[in-house]
Design a binder for this molecule. Sequence first.
Ligand code: ADP
Ligand code: MG
Length: 290
Amino acid sequence: SIPLGYFGGIGSASRRGILVKGASFLDALPALHTVVFDKTGTLTRGVFRVSRVVPYNGFTPEELLYTAAAAELYSNHPIAQSIREAWGSEISPDQVKDYHEIPGHGIRAVVKGRQVLAGNDRLLHREGIVHEVCSVEGTGVHVVIDGTFAGYIVIADEVKPDAGEAVARLKELGVKRIVMLTGDEEAVARRVARDLGIDAYFAELLPEDKVAKVEELEASLPDRRRQKLAFVGDGINDAPVITRADVGVAMGGLGSDAAIEAADVVLMEDAPSRLADAIEIARYTGLIVR
Ligand code: ADP
Ligand code: MG
């Protein structure tokens, strides 16, 4: 049976917007050695804003932005939302056909009868398209229309106001290693990790690479039997990683149903420092139970 004190712990956690699925995670939280954060939507707001539209090969900025926004019509990725917002007008669904979202890459679709790719370098390489490499501030979404490089859109994201505090408090609470995983570009990842005081980061990962990385980090825990690893994600492309980690944490805000289902701990508020609160509550509960 579950000691009564655990119910108190689960109750006080839920009053602070932290849902813990089962008492065993109250034991696991104080034993966290490594906390792995997904970057986009977890440490950063995941509210991207288009900061630059750079057309190539005779395309107009309008054409480039419209085509990208239409290609992204059905995507719930924060990047897609920002491009649709920058376009700002209605897009008729009958202009968009053969829509495919390729996780960790971008979109392939037919817009107004033209073959469109909108995504990162990796997407273009995968589709065999060679283009000029452009160094960008922020994440670049490259657009190809009927095989011609039509330009790129620069999208900037912001670090969440409490992300630095989250990292600092987790360290104070004895977490030894704080890691960030992202599918985003190396340069963007480096800047975010440095700003937040994160110990290690791995960039340009595909969703399945994130699972492998978490397995690798778990295997490298100095005391695998006692020490635990948590993965914190927003549920966009990372539900399998949430499932795989010792303690899978989903952040409420953007989180998909699949992620909330997969998670052991759900943070209702879109704030990474809530994980530090969860550890504190779990510790306190453990003291009462013992
Ligand atoms: P993260 O690991 O930062 O949460 P994702 O795995 O969701 O990022 O995506 C990784 C990268 O794949 C993005 O930075 C972007 O370059 C590209 N990408 C993914 N989805 C889309 C999309 N709908 N439109 C354009 N690019 C996308
Ligand atoms: Mg993500």
